[in-house]
Design a binder for this molecule. Structure first.
Ligand code: SRM
Ligand code: SF4
Length: 638
């Protein structure tokens, strides 16, 4: 019998007692309650669901408004048309009428009541999807570039190996099918024979015998484990933020030779706990293709056996790498692998990519990348993205790939259908790539309020207005065409990877954010905290001097992130301390078009969306419309 080591976190015991992820979920699911127990919540995560409550509806003394978030596991962001249409329907029937494309190429459904969980999960599985292992202490959704190129072998290989790595690291327990499908096994493709062989090949202690989980054992991983597969030069996947990143290396004919391996990236922090920090993955070594499964297993086994199981804040692989250093880590991995790794193969410079707009797929068909602001697929008065996608999918049955930047790519498009598809998008208000503000195009925000239990500030709901303000400020200081990667999260966990943004907002306390600056525009360098606690009302006063100094002192073509990193925070702070806003006024001038003082009044989400749409339609500043409307109302009271 396996026993929990003496000093471990509570979650380790919950996993051990769960009988390979069955209990207490199986029992509590049958109970007539709105929510699960603490142990149930922890095990439910492995099944791809989080218990949440609508934080807008919290009332002291009353039961919380419980519901469940479901997250799909779809390596490389692949969503077949049948699954998309199922998710679209489930969101309307059981969820909050939206779908949320995540930063790891999954979809989330929010707002599902407990009594509908089984219907929703079983519908997903019966329609070519899964939520197994989308959350919990195991390998999360394996990422890969979303570009569906058919004529570029390295992209085909990255997609294929993301799928295989996901299969290798997927939980083997039958619990998922027992609980959600009454034991019926899903009709999914069998894993590749090499994966099946690797699951049984012991290596030097990579496999744990006599448990339901040969790779994970009874206790699974000490913490979540994140992996991706990419191609040289394509950093659409933020490879330096992952626990394990594989880079396909091909010969001049496009034949697979092997993989460069990086490990130990991770972003989460906790405020005021210096011992927690974001960290970039280190290069570990190169292995030939024949060794890739054993190398992946060796890295997983190293973290499984040596990761911290006592302090969950110190349990990610990045801390093992930090504490041991790369050499000791590599040595341990090689001892599981049974042979030394080779030095990394040279690769092209990394670049950020998003694949938006129309492209040739390489086999005569087309693909189309669509921007989804903060990943939220929904219908509003001016933009009916959800309707548009449903109409396109019902008619053309296109497969889809979610991107790591919360966008999506439709592919296998017959050129003869291009016009009709574009027509549907135009009719429903979905912007063409050339109509997008580049700031919005490359920005991301996490869900935060009202669903995320860990949020201390707003994120997704305020990001559009924040970007409007940043854009207004850039216009004001004379940088109208400027754009840079802006990301926001409602807490320091970093779900939208703000520590790899050129301008990062990290929720610090209600209405206040840390400001992070200086990351590289291709996500190869982390940003640093510039301000610890900025009330959001001070956004313009804080950023204006930085933008002014940037405009005056940047090198030709230098990006905002590179600039902040080059000149350093001391210089920026010194300039900001003595900066006098120009005669046209600070933020207020920018927003009101005058030097008058600005007053801030909050408006509701839906109202803001409609206001923005009307302002765009009429070509009028939002402030003018608000002033006219409020003035008319006040007049009517006289
Ligand atoms: Fe995340 C927890 C949303 C990507 C670091 N994350 C959460 C939870 C489940 C809150 C909770 O534990 O109660 C959030 C659900 C909010 C909601 O209402 O939906 C949440 N994380 C997300 C998503 C949906 C954000 C998004 O804007 O898309 C992303 C889902 C990805 C997926 O499909 O699997 C998401 N989370 C990330 C990333 C980015 C990434 O993986 O590339 C990170 C930082 C990278 C990293 O892991 O180092 C991230 N999330 C966290 C953490 C901190 C982990 C740690 O190492 O301490 C937590 C909290 C935790 O695990 O205790 C967390
Ligand atoms: Fe929630 Fe924090 Fe993640 Fe945002 S970053 S979704 S607030 S855990």
């Amino acid at each position: 019998m396996v026993t929990t080591p003496a000093k471990v976190s509570k979650v380790e015991g919950i996993k051990e007692r769960s009988n390979a992820l069955r209990e207490p979920v199986a029992t509590e699911l049958l109970q007539d309650t709105t929510h699960f127990s603490e142990d149930g919540i922890q095990i439910l995560k492995f099944h791809g669901s989080y218990q949440q409550d609508n934080r807008d509806n919290r009332v002291k003394g009353q039961e919380k408004d419980y519901s469940f978030m479901l997250r799909t596991r779809n390596p490389g962001g692949y969503i077949p048309a049948q699954l998309y249409l199922t998710l679209d329907k489930l969101a309307d029937e059981y969820g909050n009428h939206t779908l949320r494309a995540t930063t790891r190429q999954g979809f989330q459904l929010h707002g599902v009541p407990k009594q509908n969980l089984k219907t929703v999960i079983s519908s997903i599985v019966r329609n070519m999807g899964s939520t197994l292992g989308a959350c919990g202490d195991l390998s999360r959704n394996v990422m890969a570039p979303a570009a569906p190129y058919k004529n570029r072998p390295e992209y085909v290989l990255a997609r294929e190996y993301a799928e295989r790595l996901a299969d290798l690291l997927t939980p083997q327990t039958e619990a998922y099918y027992e609980i959600w499908l009454d034991g019926e096994k899903a009709l999914t493709a069998e894993p590749h024979p090499d994966v099946v062989a690797a699951l049984h090949r012991n290596g030097n202690g990579t496999i744990i015998h006599d448990t339901a989980e040969p790779i994970y054992g009874v206790h699974y991983m000490p913490r979540k484990f994140k992996a991706c597969v990419t191609v040289p030069g394509d950093n659409s996947v933020d490879l330096f933020s992952q626990d394990l990143s594989l880079v396909v290396i091909t010969d001049s004919q496009g034949e697979l030779e092997g993989f460069n391996i990086y490990a130990g990236g991770g972003l989460a922090r906790t405020h005021n706990k210096e011992e927690t920090f974001p960290r970039l993955a280190d290069p570990i070594g190169y292995v030939d293709k024949a060794d890739i499964y054993d190398a992946a297993k060796a890295i997983v086994a190293t973290q499984r056996d040596y990761g911290d199981r006592f302090n969950r804040r110190h349990a990610r692989l990045k801390y093992l790498l930090h504490d041991w250093g790369v050499d000791q880590f590599r040595e341990k991995v090689e001892s599981y692998l049974g042979k030394p790794m080779q030095p990394l193969k040279p690769t092209a410079e990394w670049a950020y990519k998003d694949y938006l707009g129309w492209h040739e797929q390489g086999d005569g068909k087309l693909f189309l990348g669509l921007s989804v602001e903060n990943g939220r697929v929904k219908d509003e008065s001016s933009l009916q993205l959800k309707t548009a996608l449903r109409e396109i999918e019902e008619k053309f049955q296109l497969p889809l790939r979610l991107t790591p930047s919360q966008d999506l790519v439709l592919y296998e498009i017959d050129p003869a259908d291009q016009e009709e598809i574009q027509g549907i998008l135009d009719r429903t208000g979905v912007k063409r790539v050339e109509q997008l503000d580049p700031l919005v195009r490359i920005s991301m925000a996490c869900p935060a309020l009202p669903t995320c239990g860990l949020a201390v500030t707003e994120s997704e709901r305020v990001m559009p207005s924040i970007l409007d303000r940043v854009r207004a400020l850039l216009d004001k200081v004379g940088l109208p065409q400027e754009s840079f990667i802006t990301r926001m999260t409602g807490c320091p966990n970093g779900c939208a990877r703000p520590y790899l943004a050129e301008l990062g907002f990290v929720g610090q306390s209600p209405e206040s954010y840390q400001i992070w600056l200086g990351a590289a525009p291709n996500q190869t360098r982390l940003s640093q905290a510039y301000i610890d606690n900025m009330p959001i009302a001070d956004l313009e006063a804080t950023l204006e001097p930085l933008f002014v100094y940037f405009k005056k002192n940047r090198k030709k073509g230098e990006s905002f992130g590179d600039f902040c990193d080059r000149v350093g925070f001391d210089v920026l702070r010194e300039f900001a301390a003595t900066y006098e806003p120009s005669a046209s006024g600070g933020l207020v001038g920018a927003i009101l078009g005058s030097g008058k003082p600005r007053y801030r009044v909050g408006i509701r989400d839906g109202v803001y969306d409609r206001l923005k749409a009307v302002a765009t339609e009429q070509g009028k500043p939002m402030t003018d419309i608000v002033n006219e409307a409020v003035d008319a109302y006040l007049q009517s009271l006289r």
